[in-house]
Design a binder for this molecule. Structure first.
Ligand SMILES: Nc1ncnc2c1ncn2[C@@H]1O[C@H](COP(=O)(O)OP(=O)(O)OP(=O)(O)O)[C@@H](O)[C@H]1O
Ligand SMILES: [Mg+2]
Length: 253
């Protein structure tokens, strides 16, 4: 608006190795989605460079970029982004239509089977639960066997049990060698990755490898932070004061 310029990302230097499972966290507006869009070739940076598998994205034209996205990168979004009146099977066929002159629906059916929805192929998204829709979206993301899966808050609209099912699928995909980048607000989701990147105001402020010890520590800090927030809210309601040291616990490191 007006003259104001928002640097959605600023000075980000990030290398993700093939086969990693990375979680990206940070407050709303910190630049997580912007980073995902750039990494997936959906947006181009105003400055700086992006490389995928040794290829410079800025050197690609729109057609080459679209082809890279379609063949090598799978996207999953919080709101599924499925075609509502089209069957699950046909939704999963969409990326195949772009990459192959002819294709067999068997490929799409196999992708649906990988996410446990082989029997729901004919159903449309409006006949499915949120978790099932997200599984269709994952099947669509992996139908071309991408090297990289970018998931932006894939469990953001789901209850905790359904979220676990989706994360289980993400783990299974990771185990087959797919590189995973997953954006999440929730620390108990983030700790399932091998590395957590925390963003703030368009910058990476933490980049932490996660082992079992670190995972326990992060979860404990997160729990303490929630408890403090809960107490603070309760105190605000009753008019009593409480401590004000929750910011430290919200940080990953
Ligand atoms: N199309 C746009 N035009 C202008 N500014 C934008 C645009 N998209 C995002 N921004 C700004 O860039 C910054 C980063 O936004 P981004 O959507 O990447 O944040 P986020 O971390 O994904 O937030 P959320 O958790 O709410 O999804 C914010 O300040 C936002 O307002
Ligand atoms: Mg976002």
């Amino acid at each position: 608006m007006g003259d104001s310029v928002v640097n959605a990302l600023d000075g980000v230097d990030l290398h993700v190795a093939a086969g990693e499972f990375v979680a990206i966290t940070g407050a709303s507006g910190s630049g997580k989605s912007t980073l995902m869009h750039l990494l997936g070739g959906l947006d181009r940076p105003t400055s700086g460079t992006l490389e995928f598998d040794g290829q410079l994205l800025s050197a690609m034209n729109e057609k080459q970029l679209a082809e890279l996205r379609n063949r090598r990168i799978g996207f999953v979004f919080q709101t599924f982004n499925l075609i509502n009146r089209t069957s699950a099977l046909d939704n999963v066929c969409v990326p195949l239509m772009y990459t192959r002159r002819s294709f067999s629906k068997k490929t799409a059916r196999a992708a649906l089977e990988r996410v446990g929805l082989g029997k729901r192929a004919k159903h449309t998204p409006s006949e499915m639960s949120g978790g099932e829709c997200q599984r269709v979206a994952i099947a669509r993301a992996i139908v071309n066997e991408p090297a990289l899966l970018l998931a932006d808050e894939p469990t953001g609209n789901l209850d905790s049990k359904t979220s676990e099912q989706i994360l289980q699928i993400v783990h299974e995909l990771h185990a087959t060698g797919i590189t995973i980048l997953l954006v999440t607000h929730e620390m108990d989701v983030a700790v399932q990755a091998d590395r957590i990147i925390q963003m703030k105001d368009g910058r990476i402020v933490e980049d932490t490898a996660v082992d079992d010890h670190r995972r326990d520590e992060i979860l404990r800090l997160n729990r303490d932070s929630h408890e403090r927030m809960f107490r603070k809210k309760a105190a605000a309601r009753t008019g009593t004061s409480t401590d004000n040291h929750s910011s430290e616990a919200k940080r990953v490191g």
